[in-house]
Design a protein around this ligand. Structure first.
Ligand code: NDP
Length: 446
């Protein structure tokens, strides 16, 4: 039996109730076959067996009191998956769907993503099944304070540096950081995504979306093409989606959709800067639902319960959540003439959908490469915190662009070297793997 199959069987047997985690491991391990076959040291040192087992998994009770004076209990998590190349780094997700499987898949993906950024960051992820959506500011603050009261003993600027993800934006990061600072009696760069006046970095809010668009531009350039005039669909309406739209507009593309969990907005005329400003206000300040957009801009259609993938486009930017593009949706995109998919979200395409993209020669940028701009800029925030300086907007954006260009080049060339030219799935996984695996070889069996 091939070692990849053996390890995969082990993962399935040990984690039977974790479908998302198994899905992520399967995708990565299958892509690693060429490098595992080419270098026996990885097998001899048990690298794969160690790679699929988190270094640590913390689960804890998060009790808090709601506005009706009732006690509520949520579950908190932090996974430290791999620290071979740096302290654990990865976001916190607050969403009712959060469970161990989802956080382990995200933390596992983070290993390869963080490695690709070229910065010294290991991989972690955490969060809670808490839903900030229908809560008051006071409730969100009390929850965050309770969550951090436990989390603070497991993290630190040289141990584990959380950031945001779904449901964790500037408001939540503020409350979490405040409680850490209070309990630990220290002001350090323990979290990223901080406010600009208290240790944050310029471009960090924009970085994931901007990066996904830069990555798309790099992929198009390999075919002598650009984003100018392309019709684009975007899913989600949160942090990643908003700045994906902003950068696409700057690059001369036309964006015709955004969405949230209630449905999709189809704006055939295109979302311009004024409409984007409204969307940001709606989502970040009023915390409203996406159908409001169609009430304000009456030529736009609200498609209740639908995802954007039925809308004809040249380029698609899934920026909401995992498994949001089914095989059927992938086929629809291809049939409608889509030539590029750049994943702002993590694992938004189901495995059969990925197959369809690859078979049809779509420029397909998997999340761990295409959305690495977010964590890369978090790495830049950490660097600025360490030297206690702040770089300008232009400086951070230039570094982000360079990092994305290098990630693209590394993925492209690695795929080509292993005989899979144009396959960014193979390129990203192998390139991300080699650096971490070699560090693990150097550091012995730990
Ligand atoms: P936000 O919470 O800011 O926005 C998430 C958006 O996706 C919302 O519009 C939300 O709609 C929608 N959404 C979430 N869950 C679902 C669901 N189950 N079904 C349909 N729609 C859903 O999160 P981010 O923009 O930060 O994250 C989006 C994606 O990008 C995630 O996959 C995340 O892991 C990934 N990512 C984020 C990074 C970052 O820097 N923030 C970095 C790298 C990747 P609703 O409000 O209705 O729930």
């Amino acid at each position: 039996m091939h070692v990849i199959e053996k390890v995969l069987n082990y993962v399935k047997e040990k984690n039977p109730h974790e479908p998302e985690f198994i899905q992520a491991v399967e995708e990565v391990l299958e892509a690693l076959v060429p490098v595992i076959d080419a270098d026996k040291r990885y097998v001899e040192a048990g690298i794969l067996e160690r790679l699929v087992e988190p270094e640590r998994q913390i689960m804890f009770r998060v009790p808090w009191v709601n506005d009706k004076n009732q006690v509520v209990v949520n579950r908190g998590y932090r996974i430290g998956f791999n620290s071979a190349i740096g302290p654990y780094k990865g976001g916190l997700r607050f969403h009712p769907s959060v469970n161990l499987s989802i956080l382990k898949f995200l933390a596992f993906e983070q290993i390869f993503k963080n490695s690709l950024t070229t910065l010294p960051m290991g991989a972690g992820k955490g969060g809670s099944d808490f839903d900030p959506k229908d809560k008051s500011d006071g409730e969100v603050m009390r929850f965050c304070q309770s969550f951090m009261t436990e989390l603070q003993r497991h993290i630190g600027p040289d141990t584990d540096i959380p950031a945001g993800d779904i449901g964790v934006g500037p408001r939540e990061i503020g409350y979490l950081f405040g409680q850490y600072r209070r309990i630990r009696n220290e002001f350090t760069g323990v979290m990223t995504g901080k406010g600009i006046d208290w240790g944050g970095s310029y471009i960090r809010p924009e970085a994931t979306g901007f990066g996904a668009v830069y990555f798309a531009a790099e992929m198009l350039a390999t075919r002598g093409d650009s984003l100018e005039g392309k019709v684009c669909t975007v899913s989600g309406a949160g942090n990643v989606a908003q700045f994906t739209v902003e950068k696409l507009l700057q690059m001369g593309a036309k964006v015709v959709t955004v969405s949230d969990s209630s449905g999709t907005i189809y704006d055939e005329d295109g979302i311009d800067e004024e409409k984007l400003a409204y969307l940001m206000e709606l989502k970040n300040v009023a915390r409203g639902r996406i159908n409001e957009y169609a009430k304000k801009f009456t030529k736009a259609k609200f498609m209740e319960g639908e995802k954007p993938w039925g809308v004809r486009c040249d380029c698609a930017f899934p920026s909401a959540t995992q498994n949001e593009i089914s095989a059927k949706a992938a086929q629809t995109l291809v049939d409608n003439g889509c030539i590029l998919v750049s994943e702002g979200a993590n694992m938004p395409t189901e495995p059969d959908g990925v197959e369809i993209f690859l078979k049809n020669n779509i420029l397909y940028g998997p999340g761990k490469a295409a959305n690495a701009g977010g964590v890369a800029t978090s790495g830049l925030e950490m660097a600025q915190n360490s030297i206690r300086l702040m770089w300008t907007i232009e400086e951070v954006d230039a570094r982000l662009k360079t990092i994305i260009r290098d990630i693209h080049k590394n993925c492209y060339e690695t795929a080509e070297r292993f005989g899979y030219k144009g396959n960014y799935v193979v390129g990203a996984n192998i390139a991300g793997f080699i650096k971490v695996a070699d560090a693990m070889l150097d550091q012995g069996v730990i």
